[in-house]
Ligand binder design. Structure first.
Ligand SMILES: *Cc1c(COP(=O)(O)O)cnc(C)c1O
Length: 461
């Protein structure tokens, strides 16, 4: 007789006291809706969606503590008490010296890019992010990808696909000279690579290289706590450290940060810019009043800053991250069991389906990931999004960026859906996978100038 192995499951470290009812639709209703949306899931009405995995941005469920904090909003124009709470939380958990709240991440990116980037500058980074790169380009800079090659390979099992290839970076410095590189932009848990972490060891090596050349590291810290969770699980010497300790160490290896608090920090709106340099802070304090609002509210209500301050503390809780990433892993494992091709290792904020492998008969010019997201919606009312050629957009010279990765992102909002929802999602992906040969591509019939994935429209070929 074999001994039974008892599995010890994680479970959510919270319970529900309020629920939001969802509308169920028929396939005929969904067909009408996706046609009206030009086969772009961003243009669907939320009311027509059953399980919404479009993004993890601003879609998290706030805790009762955060809601209580919302009631403590000090809505003074200047010097709100909530601003000081936010500043305290950032000092305590992240350690950056100076902070400027912004309405969301791109507000911080705009200000930072305008301050640090001159025309002709080069900004190396561990894979691009849409809004980050656009602000770099609008400020006259050029993004250069220095992530390790494994990040562009959906099947590579490298545990830290967010790592920087230091040889690539050295050769960028050699080609352009350190003077033209105002900073290296480092994202934690790289979104576009599928939610993949960077290791502390790599960050330390990067710190050494950049210090030698006198180049800053700016941290896109949108998903720093998820990154810290992976370090805790995978990096030697970190299994006994708390996520809070690891997050602080990551931040200490960088000189400043932009943050979209709509992700890790568990709020529906908000962000900030942080820096350890007084001069940069001075400039930012001047610019924030032009674009966002006074430097003590940056486009946010006092209550939003309070919820953010509390959310930052909750985001570095070990049980929270274990359940958060555990749920993503549950969905990814289920999809793998059905044979659905996904990016490996399974990421921190979502499961990324490899649309190139899913629909090998659809050319990249016919938008395989875009059409796959539409098909998933048609099948079950699950909303996902394209992360491929549409998201990558065009180069400043007008040519398409042709990314190697052509992905559909199933992004999991934090603390929102149950395991049963994840089952429904995996089963839907499997159903569409069975019918994959019948799926044909799309034509783009409307293309906006910037960040086209949000508003472009398509028709069936
Ligand atoms: C969402 C995001 C941003 C931009 O933040 P917003 O709050 O959406 O403006 C920047 N970088 C990364 C990695 C993101 O995921």
């Amino acid at each position: 007789m074999s001994k039974k192995i008892i599995r010890r499951s994680w479970a959510e470290p919270y319970r529900m006291k309020m629920v939001e009812l969802l509308r169920m639709t028929t396939r005929a209703q969904r067909l009408k809706a996706i046609r009206a949306a030009g086969y772009n899931t961003f243009l669907l009405k939320s009311q027509d969606v059953y399980i919404d995995l479009l993004t993890d941005s601003g879609t998290s469920a706030m805790s009762s503590e955060q809601w209580a904090g919302m009631m403590m909003g000090d809505e003074a124009y200047a010097g709100s008490m909530n601003y000081y709470h936010l500043e305290d939380a950032i000092h305590k958990y992240y350690g950056y010296k100076y902070i400027i709240p912004t309405h969301q991440g791109r507000g911080a990116e705009n200000i930072l890019s305008q301050i640090l980037i001159k025309k002709g500058d080069i900004i190396p980074g561990n894979m691009y992010f849409t809004t980050t790169r656009l602000h770099q380009e609008l400020a006259g800079g050029k993004f250069v990808d220095v992530i390790i090659d494994e990040a562009h390979d959906p099947q590579s099992l490298h545990p830290f696909k967010g790592n920087v290839d230091l040889d690539k970076l050295e050769s960028v410095v050699k080609t352009y000279g350190a003077k033209r590189i105002p900073y290296v932009c480092i994202a934690t848990n790289v979104n576009m690579a599928g939610g993949q972490p960077i290791s502390i060891a790599n960050l330390k090596d990067l710190r050494a290289v950049t210090s030698r050349h006198g180049i800053r590291i700016i941290h896109d810290m949108t998903r720093v706590a998820e990154n810290a969770y992976f370090i805790q699980q995978r990096e030697r010497g970190y299994s006994n450290k708390t996520i809070a300790q690891i997050v602080k160490e990551i931040c200490s290896l960088t000189d400043g940060a932009t943050m979209s608090a709509k992700k890790d920090a568990l709020v529906n709106i908000g962000g900030f810019l942080a820096t350890n340099e007084w001069d940069v802070f001075e400039e930012a304090r001047n610019l924030v009043v032009v674009y966002e609002g006074l430097h003590t509210y940056g486009g946010l209500a006092g209550r939003d800053m309070e919820a953010m301050a509390i959310g930052i503390g909750e985001s570095v809780n070990d049980a929270h991250q274990a359940a958060r990433v555990g749920q993503v892993e549950y969905l990814g494992t289920k999809m793998q069991e059905y044979g659905v091709p996904i990016v490996l290792p399974i990421g921190g904020h979502g499961v990324f389906v490899d649309a190139k492998a899913f629909l090998p008969h659809v050319q990249q010019e016919n938008f395989p990931a875009q059409v796959l997201a539409a098909e998933i919606y048609l099948d079950s009312g699950v909303r996902t999004m394209e992360r491929g050629i549409v998201s990558a957009g065009r180069r400043p010279n007008g040519k398409n960026y042709n990314p190697k990765l052509e992905l559909v992102r199933f992004t999991i909002p934090r603390r929102v859906y149950t395991q049963a929802h994840m089952d429904v999602v995996a089963e839907s992906a499997a159903t569409v996978y069975e019918k994959r040969k019948k799926i044909t591509g799309l034509n783009m019939v409307y293309e906006p100038k910037y960040l086209r994935y949000f508003q472009s429209r398509f028709e069936r070929l």
